[in-house]
Design a protein around this ligand. Structure first.
Ligand code: F0G
Length: 460
């Protein structure tokens, strides 16, 4: 490896998807039509779509070949067995239950394990995971290390669980009320930050002491393994699949959204060791997802996942993937744009509260920044701040802990020149930050308002 050379995209492009150039004036019109909510845009009107890295990746020619090979037999298809083999290669749990995406696996897991009075500790539960925990009447409690809540705090494994806080929580609520501990790798809501093997081992030891199962929300497992290889003592010479298997060996089960680190557009699974839970989960699966050898998926989807799992653990891919996220983050930081540090695996999070200190949290600095990035450059990011988290069930409002705009990077989709363009747009918007104004909400639903609320820019 020639260390001084540019880390290039480790692929050539065989099929392209043209997008239409738009002008700032045209985009202003689209914003007005959309009520300044970027979820309401037609994606045809977006140039660089960084709304999510979920299901937005490009598949390889081998994955498309798998799509052709897909066998659509209702039960026991060879595609199912190829999927199963690829999952077990990395995650050798006793039971693997395919689902149409991650939240379906969460829904089934917590239907079995959750319920009123139960408490689910986690570094940080992702929104859908928390919603599925709460839907059963259980409560989710985040116990990430304090650095994980501070955008500028440097820590190599900012997704780690605060072990003392976890023990305190178990002592407080009682182990019998805790059906499982869930660790999100990487920690999406905390900035795509990894969890160390040492931390996973220590969580395992705590779980063993209290007889608790440990589950991974493993959406970005390969990116997490790459960070372990780079940053944790003793892992530099270990192969990525080995590191993944070690992560899995510390857990009793996992939920997975294949839309992330299985490099596909749809899919997921639940895997676990417990026979009784697995039986209940399969019965629920049949009720809403499908027969246990396809879940909510077509045979062709299972083939694409099997191949994606082989590609995602390749070091050339991961080196490029993590480097290209850092390339965007480092360039923004060098230009003085405040971003969550260190740069995470799948996204760069701009700290809108630090960039726009003149906009109060309840005038939504993150929304203002996200809207301006779209108007000025056709870039669609996602506000993660007081629009998303500021409203409470009783209708009251208070500022979220952070005001961030997430620029999530789809896998194998954009080239370095696309990212250079993003850097130029963010820099020029940041230079004019003092001109940006807040926003107000003119219409909103009672829950999950960020998807459908309508906004108006404030003039002063
Ligand atoms: N867990 C994590 C950590 C996630 O990031 C997601 C999805 C899910 C579970 C749910 O998976 O979408 O397949 O049902 N995250 C996407 C995002 C939506 O944009 O971060 P799903």
């Amino acid at each position: 490896m020639d260390r001084w050379r540019t880390i290039i995209e480790p692929f050539r492009i065989k099929s392209v998807e043209p997008f239409r150039m738009t002008s700032a004036d045209e985009r202003q019109g689209r914003l007005e039509d959309a009520g300044y909510n970027l979820f309401n845009l037609h994606s045809d009107d977006v140039l660089i779509d960084l709304l999510t890295d979920s299901g937005t990746g490009a598949m390889s020619s081998e994955q498309w070949a798998g799509i052709q090979r897909g066998d659509e037999s209702y039960a026991g298809s060879p595609s199912w067995y190829r999927f199963l083999e690829a999952v077990l290669e990395l995650f050798p749990f006793r039971h693997v239950i395919p689902t149409h995406q991650g939240r379906a696996a969460e829904r089934i897991l917590f239907a079995v394990a959750g319920g009123p009075g139960k408490v689910v500790p986690s570094n940080t539960l992702f929104d859908t995971t928390r919603a599925n925990v709460e839907f059963t009447g259980a409560e989710g409690v985040d116990v990430v290390i304090p650095e994980g809540r501070r955008p500028s705090a440097l820590h190599p494994f900012k997704g780690n669980v605060d072990l003392e806080a976890l023990e305190r929580l178990i002592a407080e609520v009682g182990a019998e009320r805790i059906p499982l501990v869930m660790v999100t790798v990487t920690n999406n809501s905390g900035g795509g930050q990894p969890v160390s093997m040492e931390n996973l081992r220590a969580i395992r030891a705590i779980c063993d002491r209290y007889g608790l199962p440990l589950f991974l929300d493993a959406c970005r497992f390969a990116e997490n393994a790459w960070f372990i290889k780079q940053r944790e003592d003793g892992y530099a010479d270990r192969a990525i699949p080995d590191i993944v298997r070690e992560m899995a060996s510390l857990a009793d089960g996992m939920t997975m959204s294949a839309k992330k680190d299985a490099l596909v557009n749809i899919g997921g699974w639940l895997a676990l060791n417990d026979d009784r839970w697995a039986e209940q989960a399969r019965n629920l699966l049949i009720l809403t997802e499908g027969f246990p050898t396809y879940g909510g998926l077509a045979g062709r989807d299972l083939e694409a996942i099997a191949q994606g799992l082989r590609e995602v653990v390749q070091e050339d891919y991961l080196r490029y993937r993590i480097r290209s996220t850092a390339y965007l983050g480092d360039a923004l930081a060098a230009a003085g744009v405040p971003v969550v540090q260190p740069i995470g695996g799948h996204a760069v999070y701009v700290d809108a509260a630090a960039l726009l200190p003149h906009i109060p949290p309840l005038e939504y600095p993150g929304q203002s920044l996200a809207v301006t990035l779209y108007r000025e450059g056709g870039i669609r990011g996602c506000e993660i701040g007081s629009v998303m988290f500021g409203r409470h069930p009783d209708g009251s409002e208070s500022p979220a802990a952070m005001e961030l705009v997430r620029l999530a990077i789809p896998r194998r989709v954009y080239t370095q020149s696309h990212i250079d363009y993003v850097i130029e747009v963010v820099r020029s918007v940041a230079e004019g930050a003092a001109e940006l104004r807040g926003m107000r909400i003119v219409a909103q639903p009672p829950t999950l308002r960020h998807f459908t609320a309508r906004f108006e820019p404030l003039s002063t």
